[in-house]
Design a protein around this ligand. Structure first.
Ligand code: MF3
Ligand code: CO
Length: 273
């Protein structure tokens, strides 16, 4: 068993003395925990693949919830969203101007031209995983398709910026500078997060940031990067009726993709591919 916190204790302490924010021991996973979290992440990826195979125009978002719930149980795992802080469903389904936390419903049907984020989170043997993908339903407008492509590139650049002995702020810097160069905006209120032993752990991964700032990245850390990119303004509003769903304030489209990554000794590994 490799205990990465122990292995790098002196180096981490050196950064702390120089005034940097450093991870607490529980944020740096050991090799046994990493193996279990990877198992959870593999199931999570299989769930998303299952959704990808069946999603289509005319389907209700409740049917997506049913697909996710049934398939996850077949894998001997649990849907993390169900009853999480009172969340009523097993998955989040966010369409067009919904930024995140769209709640599945029999009344919401996918239409030709919609873009939808399906956000899946799994618990296997007590270990958590979390990832989301965008799906383009039928014939999607050029603008919507481009927003999805820009969002995927934001995630790719954010992942590329996540390196051992770098900082959390490097990730947001890479994401926001690309999004802004494409005329898009980045949601500030929600971000990525540590994950593995719990659904949401520290650090908060802002998708806007400044290079060289924020928590030090150490081998063994596992967190999500999940940029929410808006075609219009960055401002968002919360649905007062359901208390969950976040929309763009200006009603323009939003897209999101999410991966879970492990900081390794020479870079990072995507656990949800
Ligand atoms: N899966 C979301 C994330 O990426 C969290 C959803 S919380 C829920 O962090 F309760 F809405 F499921
Ligand atoms: Co997440």
């Amino acid at each position: 068993m490799i205990d990465y916190f122990e292995k790098y204790r002196d180096k981490i302490e050196e950064y702390r003395r120089q005034g940097h924010i450093v991870p607490s021991p529980d944020l740096v996973k050991n090799s046994e925990q990493i193996a279990k979290i990877k198992e959870s992440a593999e199931i999570n990826t299989a769930v998303l693949d299952h959704v990808a195979k069946h999603i289509k125009a005319g389907m209700s978002t409740q049917e997506i919830d049913d697909l996710v719930s049934t398939f996850t149980k077949q894998q001997g795992a649990i849907c993390a969203p169900l009853h999480y802080e009172g969340y009523p469903k097993s998955v989040c389904t966010s369409i067009n101007d919904e930024v995140c936390h769209g709640i599945p419903s029999r009344r919401i049907k996918l239409k030709d031209g919609d873009i939808i984020n399906v956000d899946v989170s799994t618990i296997k043997d007590g270990f958590f995983s979390d990832a989301s993908r965008m799906f383009e339903i039928g014939n999607v407008s050029k603008e919507r398709h481009e927003l999805v492509e820009i969002t995927k590139e934001c995630l790719r650049r954010g992942i590329e910026a996540a390196k051992p002995w770098g900082f959390v702020g490097d990730i947001g810097d890479a994401i926001a500078s690309y999004a802004h160069s494409k005329g898009c905006s980045v949601v500030r209120e929600l971000g990525g997060h540590g994950v593995g032993l719990e659904f949401h752990e520290d650090p908060f991964i802002s998708h806007i940031g400044k290079k060289g700032t924020g928590m030090l990245l150490v081998p063994g850390m596992i967190f999500t990067i999940e940029p929410m990119i808006n075609a219009g303004r960055a401002n968002v509003v919360l649905d007062n009726l359901n208390g969950w769903t976040i929309y763009t304030a200006d009603g323009k489209d939003s897209a999101q993709v999410e991966h879970m990554i492990l900081i390794t000794e020479d870079g990072n590994e995507i656990l949800t591919r």
